[in-house]
Each structure stands twice: as structure tokens, then as C-alpha cells.
Design a protein around this ligand. Structure first.
Ligand code: HEM
Length: 162
């Protein structure tokens, strides 16, 4: 539906639109660190939100795909004054609502609400920083989970591929 013109409210985050692919590193005090590949798509249908979808896969030392890792989907809603409301769903039984702010090509967001199913891991908060650097989408993600305070879980750099 990208043939529609973007809603004016999307202007501050229109730079996200399209398909991004790249690699990142992950870790946490409770797990082994790992390298992963990621594809993210942002689409719009003319309304004031972006549809967001991310898939990731584990990479071995040679950069070969080993198996799927996390996937997440949701909506990035653009509000006046460069404010954002982001709703994300995870197949691990977690849903998150983030409040965010856009400053030029930088987006910072923090969870306002997290809900979990009875079997989900103990996850209580997230903080994400996205930025466009030399045309690439870079982000860093910190989370509070499994008794740890907000601590780095992921960072990645993605190139625009569509
Ligand atoms: C790009 C996306 C992500 C990747 C590649 C990724 C990868 C991983 C991997 C490989 C592990 C360790 C093994 C496992 O449990 O599968 C892990 C653990 C975990 N991840 Fe992620 N993750 C991602 C996003 C997220 C997000 C968005 C959340 C929270 C909503 C999250 C929460 C957790 C938690 C709670 C653990 C468990 C830590 C523990 O067991 O001590 N991850 N992640």
C-alpha cells in the first residue's frame, strides 16, 4: 500500500519507511552473547501510523543463518509534537506499549506498559534508541528482565534494501 501518499503526521518518521536488513549482536547477563541477522519492514496505508514487522535469525561465526530467533510486530502511531505511541506484540507472550519522541533522525522510546502471559519470561521494561547514521538504521535495545535492571540486550545496524 506504499503507493498512497504518507499522512502528514508521519513526516517525522517517514525516513523509516521501507525494508531494512543487517546484522547485530545480542547478550544479557543471564545468557551467552550471539550474532544475529535481522529484517525490518515499515509500511503505511495513508493513515497516521506505520505497520512494523521484524524477523531475526541466529548467525554462526561464518555469518551463516542457523535458526530463527525473535520476531515482533506492531504499529508506530505518530502524534503531534513529534510524539509516538508504539504497540508491539511478541510470540513469547509479551505485549509492550512504548512512548517515544522523535528528534530529527533519532527516536527514543521507553515502555509505558508491559503485559505478559502466565508462561512468559519475567520482562518488565524496555528502552530503545533508533537513529539514522550515514543512511543506515542503527538501534540499541535495553531491557529489564529475569531480575536484572535495564541492561543492554541488542544492538544492530541495518541497511535500506527496499
Ligand atoms: C531482535 C530481537 C531479539 C533477538 C535476536 C533476541 C534474542 C535472544 C536470545 C538468543 C536469547 C537467549 C536464548 C533464548 O531465550 O532464546 C534471548 C533471551 C531473552 N530475550 Fe531476547 N531477543 C530479541 C528481542 C527481545 C525482546 C523484544 C524482548 C522483550 C520483549 C526479549 C526478551 C528476552 C528475554 C526475557 C530473554 C530471556 C533471558 C533469560 O532467560 O535470562 N528479547 N533473546
Amino acid at each position: 500500500m506504499d503507493s498512497q501518499s504518507t499522512h502528514p503526521a508521519l513526516e517525522p518518521i517517514a525516513f523509516l519507511l521501507g525494508r531494512w536488513e543487517g546484522v547485530g549482536v545480542g547478550g544479557y547477563p543471564t545468557i551467552e552473547s550471539f550474532r544475529f541477522g535481522q529484517e525490518i519492514t515499515f509500511e503505511h496505508n495513508g493513515k497516521p501510523f506505520l505497520s512494523y514487522h521484524s524477523t531475526t535469525w541466529l548467525l554462526d561465526d561464518e555469518g551463516t543463518m542457523v535458526r530463527p530467533l525473535a520476531t515482533e510486530s506492531g504499529y508506530w502511531r505518530a502524534l503531534p509534537e513529534r510524539q509516538l505511541e508504539i504497540v508491539l506484540a511478541h510470540p513469547t507472550g509479551i505485549v509492550e506499549i512504548y512512548l517515544g519522541e522523535v528528534a530529527f533522525h533519532k527516536i527514543e522510546m521507553r515502555t509505558d506498559v508491559v503485559a505478559r502471559t502466565a508462561t512468559a519470561k519475567e520482562y518488565t521494561a524496555g528502552h530503545r534508541l533508533y537513529g539514522l547514521v550515514n543512511g543506515n538504521l542503527m538501534y540499541a535495545y535495553d531491557m529489564a528482565a529475569e531480575g536484572q535492571p535495564l541492561t543492554s540486550h541488542l544492538s544492530a545496524e541495518l541497511k535500506k534494501v527496499g
